[in-house]
Structures are given as structure tokens and as C-alpha cells.
Design a protein around this ligand. Structure first.
Ligand SMILES: CCCCCCCC/C=C\C/C=C/C(=O)SCCNC(=O)CCNC(=O)[C@H](O)C(C)(C)COP(=O)(O)OP(=O)(O)OC[C@H]1O[C@@H](n2cnc3c(N)ncnc32)[C@H](O)[C@@H]1OP(=O)(O)O
Length: 303
């Protein structure tokens, strides 16, 4: 994690980058950006590009981990650190999450991080997955997912952990928690996030079948909030963010926390046990065999 911090995340800032005067209503004071000019240096290994417009308070985090934005250890670490930095930056009030890869928001967790590795690796990986979710689901600022492509499993988790979901209305895209299709199980906090989003019964069916929804079906069950033509997704996300920014921060933040804290606390109270469960589950021969088969099918384009 420290190594990633040292390498730095690519921050591009425009608008009034230092002294913030606009868009910061409701008691938010002017501030120096916490991204010093040296933090804005770009890193060629960066997997997430961050643009912060301090004149509007809106940041865009663009996933750029080709080919499919799979969330490996490095990506997850950068994601958590990037969120943390923006949370500490008083000139940022909301974050839009989107993808730089065509057709894919995120392919979910990197299966290669869960296949053929050591228990120590699984432990480190799972802690990074937990860190990312804890940060995003409990995030104090506004988050909008601009889902401009397919979003299976971990990609769907990131979308659900955001405050609002806008999906590109392309019938070829899919979103859902498909873990059972891989022969694995969505952990309780993935399940909790889905229950909180679409309700218990829909989650029962979704999780057991590993259902992947088209954008229109996702809208019907409330897995996403809005569909827009693909070319309008970022402008719609920005307009939507502006409406969220009209709400006083402290009131919105407390309301969000009231709704989400019990779910966050459940994982916080059992992080080590959850990691232990993951490691013993994923290292099982039968599970490794399932993942191996799924990877083969992926390579043969049969998934
Ligand atoms: C008792 C309870 C204990 C609890 C234990 C808990 C255990 C739970 C553990 C984990 C939860 C898991 C969460 C996840 O997120 S698992 C990941 C699920 N993701 C998927 O199933 C997506 C699979 N991918 C696809 O469907 C497609 O790739 C696509 C729709 C995303 C993109 O399609 P397309 O554009 O056609 O690209 P390709 O299929 O050709 O893929 C390109 C390239 O990328 C590789 N790849 C795709 N997805 C992944 C991935 N998630 N991880 C790693 N690699 C991936 C794919 O194999 C291709 O590789 P190449 O052949 O070498 O080019």
C-alpha cells in the first residue's frame, strides 16, 4: 500500500485548483487542495485516473486497467487510496466512478488473484477487497456510478456501494452478482449490499442463480436508478451530481451514515474471521478446480 502511495496516483486538476471559492455551500470552507502539485504528477502505472474540478467540487475517477478493469491487488489499493485522498480534500464534495475501457465498467475481482496463489496472497488480497468496500460503502461524500459497460460481481458491488447508479442503455451490457456461476459464493457483505439495494427476495433469486441483468431489467428491479444513452452518461452523471450537491452536506452525510453504518459495522466486527473464511474457502481444491474451469471457459470465450 505504501509503495502505491509513493508511486502516486494520477491526479489531473482543472478549474481553481488551489483556493476554492465556488460550489462549496453549506458551511464548507475554502481550502487549499490536499493534492499538492507534486501529487498531480502522472504515473504510467496508474490504474485509475482522477480528475478533480475544484470549481464544482466534482471528481471523476476513471478506471483504466485494460483490458477489462479487473480489480487486482494494485487496482484495489489505488482505488482505496484515491478515495481516501478525495475524502480528505475539502474542495471535493462528490465523486463519479466510471470506466475508460470501452464496453466494460469492471469485470469484477481479478480471478487470477484468487487462483493458484499462496494463503498469504489470498489474505492480502481479501483485506484489500474489504478495505475498498469499507471505504466506498461508508464514504462521507457523494458517489455516483456512471456504469458505461458490463459490471459483473465485484463491478456490481462497486456500483451498488455508490449512492446513485446511472447505466448506459446498451442491451449488450450486463450487471449482477454472478459468483455462483463461477462456483463461488458472494460473501455476506456483498449480499447485505444487494439486500440494501434491491430487497431480500430479489437478492435471494439473484445470488442463487448468479443472475446477470440487462440494463432494462436492472432498472426494473432497482439495481440501477437510471438509464441513459451511452454518449450522455458522463454529462448526466455530472448534472445529477449537481442536484445532490444542492443538499446540505452534513444532513445528507448523517442520513447516509444512519442507513449504511450498521452494514459497515457488521464487517468491521468480523474482518479477521471473514478473511479466514475467504482463505480457507478459496484454497479448497474443489473451488480452485471451479475457478480453473471458469478461467478456461473465459479464455475460450465461452462465458
Ligand atoms: C462459506 C462462505 C465463504 C465466503 C467466501 C467468499 C468467496 C467469494 C470470493 C470472491 C467473490 C468474487 C467476486 C468477483 O468479482 S469474481 C469475478 C467475476 N467476474 C466475471 O465473472 C467476469 C468474467 N468476464 C467476463 O464476463 C468478460 O470478460 C467481460 C464481459 C467482462 C468482458 O468481455 P470481453 O470484452 O469479451 O473480454 P474477454 O472476455 O475477452 O476478456 C478479456 C481478457 O480479460 C480476462 N478477464 C475477464 N474477466 C476477468 C476477471 N474477472 N479476472 C481476470 N481476468 C479476466 C479474460 O480472460 C481475457 O483474458 P485473455 O484471454 O488472456 O485475453
Amino acid at each position: 500500500m505504501a509503495a502505491v502511495l509513493r508511486r502516486g496516483i494520477k491526479f489531473i486538476s482543472f478549474g481553481s485548483s488551489q483556493v476554492f471559492s465556488g460550489g462549496c455551500k453549506h458551511g464548507k470552507t475554502s481550502t487549499l487542495s490536499s493534492f499538492s502539485s507534486s501529487n498531480r504528477n502522472s504515473s504510467s502505472s496508474s490504474k485509475i485516473k482522477v480528475d478533480l474540478d475544484s470549481s464544482t467540487g466534482i471528481a471523476v475517477m476513471k478506471f483504466q486497467n485494460p483490458p477489462v478493469n479487473s480489480m487486482n491487488l494494485e487496482f484495489l489499493t489505488e482505488f482505496s487510496i484515491g478515495l481516501e485522498k478525495l475524502e480528505l480534500d475539502k474542495s471535493c464534495r462528490g465523486v463519479i466512478l466510471t470506466s475508460a475501457q470501452p464496453k466494460i465498467f469492471s469485470a469484477g475481482l481479478d480471478i487470477l488473484d484468487m487462483y493458484g496463489k499462496t494463503p498469504e496472497h489470498y489474505e492480502e488480497f481479501w483485506r484489500a477487497v474489504q478495505d475498498m468496500w469499507l471505504k466506498l460503502y461508508g464514504y462521507s461524500k457523494i458517489t455516483i456510478a456512471a456504469i458505461n459497460g458490463s459490471s459483473p460481481a465485484g463491478g456490481c458491488l462497486v456500483s451498488m456501494a455508490s449512492d446513485y447508479r446511472i447505466m448506459a442503455d446498451n442491451p449488450r451490457y450486463r450487471i449482477g452478482l454472478n459468483e455462483t456461476q463461477l462456483g463461488i459464493v458472494a460473501p455476506f457483505w456483498f449480499k447485505d449490499t444487494m439486500v440494501n439495494t434491491v430487497g431480500h427476495r430479489t437478492t435471494e433469486l439473484s445470488l442463487q442463480f448468479g443472475l446477470m441483468y440487462s440494463p432494462s431489467d436492472a432498472l426494473k428491479i432497482g439495481l440501477v436508478d437510471q438509464l441513459v444513452p451511452e454518449e450522455n452518461i458522463l454529462s448526466t452523471a455530472t448534472e445529477t451530481m449537481t442536484k445532490w450537491l444542492d443538499i446540505p452536506d452534513h444532513a445528507r452525510e448523517i442520513s447516509k451514515s444512519m442507513l449504511r453504518k450498521p452494514t459497515v459495522d457488521r464487517l468491521l466486527a468480523s474482518r479477521d474471521a471473514d478473511i479466514k473464511n475467504f482463505v480457507s474457502f478459496i484454497a479448497k481444491d474443489s473451488i480452485q478446480k471451479s475457478l480453473g474451469l471458469y478461467l478456461t471457459m473465459l479464455k475460450q470465450r465461452k462465458v
